[in-house]
Write a protein that binds this ligand. Structure first.
Ligand SMILES: [Zn+2]
Length: 464
């Protein structure tokens, strides 16, 4: 027996997705024609125009670009010279939103950069350059430790500079924004594992390694665009279901898996929903965000620019990089009353996904979560803490992404969207600010809460 009330629409949408070249064609255009789509590049503007034109052609309504003004960053030249105990230069890159460097100092090896590593060093980092690996689960810790936390701790310990060392061999340096959307307080560069290991050995054997860092990155005011499109609802005052993913990648790569695999999955869901799902009771809105990679800037601007909408957003579903080849589940951001709703759909959809809960600060759901809006994402419930792999390196390229992952993400998103939009009962409503703050009282989010407090503290220190 099949108790799926949407069986006929599901068959049309899924059948179309699995027999159309569209989703892979779009990925190829985003990656091969427009490159990284990093904030401030020509490809970024071209990608925004392309996605707008596509969404119009698919029959979506209210398709438009929303400009976002922000403090942008342009990569310049960088050199890392070892001054003593020997003289040589090492290849490196700067991290986006780091200030230009003109700095001579000794290196301190902070290892993986756990809380304990920083505590152990105490004042030893003052005026020095902190060298930290990109390992996302430092020894002795059972959570994901983000680059910005290590950078923030280095700054607060008085470090004059930051060196981020990839913990994977063979991938070169890993990039990632520092400074949380604004100019970072201290210079930051990134090294390949092999060069970081060389510096660490030198330091162990010789006791002191002095280097000179020189970089010419520049800040300037820039404009980016969020791309918005609607399948308008028929209800009197329709609520809104949002599917979203950013489209900017890091400038050193194609950003194929992160984020473009999710970007094109959102577009593909929009295409089949417009074609087969007709208007639903509530509005389904598609949001392709600019400039996530240097501080969630596009989605944060959207939440700030549309305060009147926030009470009406039934659910924001984040699909950052969701077209990867791994398992796809629904991870809710602490909305236990929604669990049985999704579990019921899981059965009637005859689709293998799990429903879990977690809270994190590192993608475009976060500004919505902090505004109290019900949020979740297409992620794995059993979160892998080992790291980003080739993500955030120059090897996040189109060849890493397969058609299967893209189609699976698009089909799952489209099918869930009609169910969320039509549900007569929706047991989640916007949280007040106290309830948002209370989220971080939970034992398992204490650490995450501590990060936010630290980041706020270092920003205040920076301004004060
Ligand atoms: Zn991403």
């Amino acid at each position: 027996m099949n108790d799926n009330p949407y069986l006929s629409i599901d068959r049309q949408m899924v059948g179309d997705i699995y027999t159309s070249p569209e989703v892979m064609d779009n990925l190829t255009i985003l990656c091969d024609d427009f490159g990284s789509r990093f904030g401030g590049t020509e490809g970024e503007r071209q990608a925004a125009e392309f996605m707008k034109a596509k969404l119009e052609a698919y029959g979506l309504q209210n398709v438009h670009l929303e400009p976002v003004e922000y403090l942008g960053w342009r990569r310049g030249e960088v050199t890392l010279e070892i001054l003593s105990p020997l003289q040589m230069t090492l290849p490196c890159i700067t991290l986006p939103h780091a200030p230009a460097a003109d700095l001579e100092a000794s290196i301190v090896d902070v290892g993986d950069g756990s809380e304990a590593d920083f505590e152990r060093l105490g004042d030893a980092l003052k005026g020095k350059i902190a060298m930290v690996t990109s390992r996302t689960q430092p020894r002795g810790m059972n959570r994901w430790v983000h680059r910005n936390e290590k950078y923030g701790r280095s700054f607060m310990a008085g470090a004059a500079g930051f060196i981020f060392v990839n913990h994977y061999p063979g991938y070169g340096p890993a990039t990632g924004g520092v400074g949380d959307g604004d100019e970072g307080p201290i210079p930051a560069i990134s090294l390949a594992l092999e060069d970081g290991a060389f510096l660490a050995r030198l330091l162990r054997r010789k006791g002191e390694v002095r280097i000179r860092l020189h970089s010419t990155d520049a800040f300037e005011q820039m404009v980016s665009w969020n791309v918005i499109a609607d399948l308008p609802g028929t209800a009197q005052n329709p609520e809104i279901v949002m599917l979203g993913c950013h489209y900017d990648g890091h400038d050193i790569s194609q950003g194929a898996e992160d984020p473009a695999s999710g970007t094109v999955a959102v577009m593909e869901a929009a295409r089949v929903l417009a074609q087969y799902a007709g208007p639903r009771k509530n509005t389904i809105r598609f949001a392709l965000w600019g400039i996530e990679e240097i501080g969630l800037i596009g989605s944060t601007a959207y939440v700030a620019q549309h305060p009147e909408e926030l009470d009406r957003i039934r659910f924001y579903f984040n699909m950052d990089g969701a077209g990867h080849g791994k398992r796809k589940d629904v991870v809710l951001n602490e909305w236990p009353d929604l669990e049985p709703v999704f579990e019921e759909w899981q059965k009637s959809m005859a689709l293998d996904f799990s429903v879990g809960e977690s809270v994190s600060a590192h993608s475009d759901h976060y500004p919505f979560l902090m505004a109290g809006v019900p949020t979740g994402g297409m992620e794995m419930v059993e979160h892998d803490l080992s790291g980003r792999g080739y993500g955030h390196t120059r090897y996040d390229t189109l060849d890493k992404v397969g058609e299967r992952g893209l189609r699976e993400a698009a089909a799952m998103a489209a099918r869930l969207a009609i169910r969320i939009a039509d549900a007569a009962e929706w047991p989640a409503a916007r949280r007040g600010q106290e309830a948002v703050a209370a989220l971080f009282d939970k034992q398992q989010y204490q650490d995450e809460a501590a990060i936010f407090a630290k980041i706020r503290a270092y920003k205040e220190k920076l301004q004060g």
